[in-house]
Design a protein. Structure first.
Length: 492
RNA sequence: GGCGGC
DNA sequence: GCCGCCAACATA
């Protein structure tokens, strides 16, 4: 039994009970706050994503998470004003990210997953703290449950108890919850069902509330997506919102400035369509389509990404994100994580491997690239004439450009075909400063490097429009509260 | 994917 | 069924 030390802890530890996020803030923020609030939350959410991959047990996970949350999104503060500020940060950051992550299904799914984990963490914490905070939270969130009477409880005792001890049973309250909201618990046979209602013990309410939060957020995200275009046209916060998921992605951001050209789990896609040779593009697209890759594909692409500068952590994240669309995170860790760590020299003999060269990809003893479900190999060498021609066409390459490439391919000059492909997709590369084409066609990473260089020097890069202090939150609020017509697909 | 261990 | 370990190599 815990003694309630009202004096010391109770006041200080009274934390926000307002994290269901029903209503957006109505105050305004400076651009600096806007950005820094969002950053705080991003750090937390990214941490959650990272922790989930580590296969920690419940306590380790909670401890680690608690540390970051206390640092980045503390829900209380030493002084009343500090507390106010922190609550503001929490509330605003949630809605900012809700907007920044609403525009594609991918982003919505990501945010939903991480926010739900954060929500669950806080809710469980709240529950441990007991009655008062919990009911404050429920009131804030506008949640109430239909509690059954003592009489009903006693009369259904045999059905309700399950494996509860008599003591626990006596101490528990039970709630009538609509069947649909309790499918999770029902599926796991943890609650009694009668006449379309599930009878849920107080201790299992967390699961119900989480489900509600999930659908609440999922719906809001879909709505926000419908009105994203309004907000994104804002010259100050528009760019901020659009880049948020690619920004601030660095580990502990000891180095303020993210190095341009640095790949991470969330910007691989960009590089894929702008700077990867056809072979890697093929694997990448296959991965995105199937949410899995055969062994040779994983190896070809994994090592290539490593060579392109993706760190091990990011690589794990990248593949995990994709694979877990069709399997559990647990399954992923069990079957694929080891091999990734091994390629980075973190397992066994601790050898760090380099990527396959073109000749190895073309001639090496790999499994048949034309097999169903395979995406590895070199398209110029391993694809049929017709399918390569079609592929190039689909990528917007036609006319003489395509004919030239096809000619080389039919001539079995695969690497030349590849170099030609680079040439036609990088107009003026030969004359662009700092781009050498020597390696292109010999090694996928050389192709990649040249391409990155090309795009970097081609586009001067315009940036920096640190703004005046203005009213970004109004836009956020308007978008979230009164979404435009049309609805985006909800994340399920 | 191969090899290897239980 | 569970698990560990390996392969690669352009390159300014
Ligand atoms: S030639 Fe090399 S880089 Fe180009 S597609 Fe084939 S394997 Fe990839």
């Amino acid at each position: 039994m815990f003694t309630s030390s009202r004096q010391s802890s109770s006041k200080a530890s009274t934390s926000t009970t307002n994290f269901f996020y029903t209503t957006p803030p109505s105050y305004e923020l400076s651009l600096e706050d806007f950005e820094s609030f969002a950053l705080s939350r991003l750090i937390v959410l990214r941490k959650i994503e990272e922790l989930k991959v580590k296969g920690l047990d419940r306590n380790q996970y909670n401890d680690a998470l608690k540390r970051v949350v206390n640092l980045q999104l503390p829900s209380s503060g030493p002084s009343p004003s500090a507390k106010k500020h922190n609550e503001k940060r929490d509330l605003a950051s949630h809605f900012i990210l809700r907007l920044a992550y609403c525009r594609t299904e991918e982003l919505r799914r990501w945010l939903l997953t991480q926010e739900l984990a954060l929500f669950k963490f806080r809710l469980e914490d709240l529950e441990k703290r007991g009655g008062k905070d919990m009911s404050a939270f429920m009131k804030n969130a506008g949640i109430s449950f239909d509690k059954i009477t003592q009489d009903e409880k006693q009369s259904m005792q045999s059905q309700l108890r399950f494996n509860m001890s008599y003591r626990d049973f006596e101490a528990s309250s039970f709630y009538r919850i609509p069947f649909a909201e309790a499918v999770d618990l029902i599926g796991r046979r943890l609650v009694h069902v009668r006449a379309g209602m599930a009878y849920v013990p107080g201790g299992k309410l967390v699961s119900i509330i989480c489900a509600r939060f999930r659908s609440h957020l999922s719906r809001s995200l879909a709505k926000a997506a419908a009105s994203f275009s309004h907000v994104s046209s804002d010259t100050r916060i528009g760019p901020l919102l659009k880049n948020m998921n690619k920004q601030y992605t660095g580990r502990d951001f000891g180095k303020q400035h993210t190095v341009e050209g640095d790949m991470n789990a969330s910007n691989v896609d960009e590089y894929a369509q702008r700077s990867m040779p056809l072979c890697m593009r093929q694997v990448h697209d296959g991965l995105k389509k199937d949410h899995k890759l055969k062994h040779d594909g994983r190896r070809q692409y994994g090592l290539f990404l490593k060579g392109a500068g993706l760190t091990m952590e990011e690589s794990l994240l990248f593949f995990q994100n994709e694979f877990t669309k069709i399997m559990s995170a647990d399954d992923f860790n069990k079957n694929y994580a080891y091999n990734i760590r091994h390629s980075y020299g973190k397992e066994g003999k601790r050898q760090s491997y380099t990527a396959f060269s073109s000749t190895t990809i073309i001639m090496g003893p790999r499994s048949n690239p034309s097999e169903v479900g395979s995406h590895h190999g070199c398209p110029f060498a391993h694809s049929g004439d017709a399918s390569l021609a079609a592929l190039l066409g689909k990528m917007g390459i036609g006319g003489k450009d395509r004919d030239d490439i096809m000619a080389h391919k039919k001539n079995k000059m695969y690497q030349l075909a590849c170099a030609k492909h680079f040439e036609v997709t990088h107009p003026g590369a030969a004359k662009t400063e700092g781009v050498d084409l020597d390696g292109v066609g010999n090694h996928p990473n050389a192709w990649f490097n040249s391409s990155v260089q090309y795009w970097k020097n081609k586009e001067p890069a315009k940036k920096d429009m640190k703004g005046k202090i203005n009213t970004p939150m109004a836009k956020v609020e308007r978008a979230v509260v009164s979404p435009g017509s049309g609805t985006a697909k909800e994340v399920v």
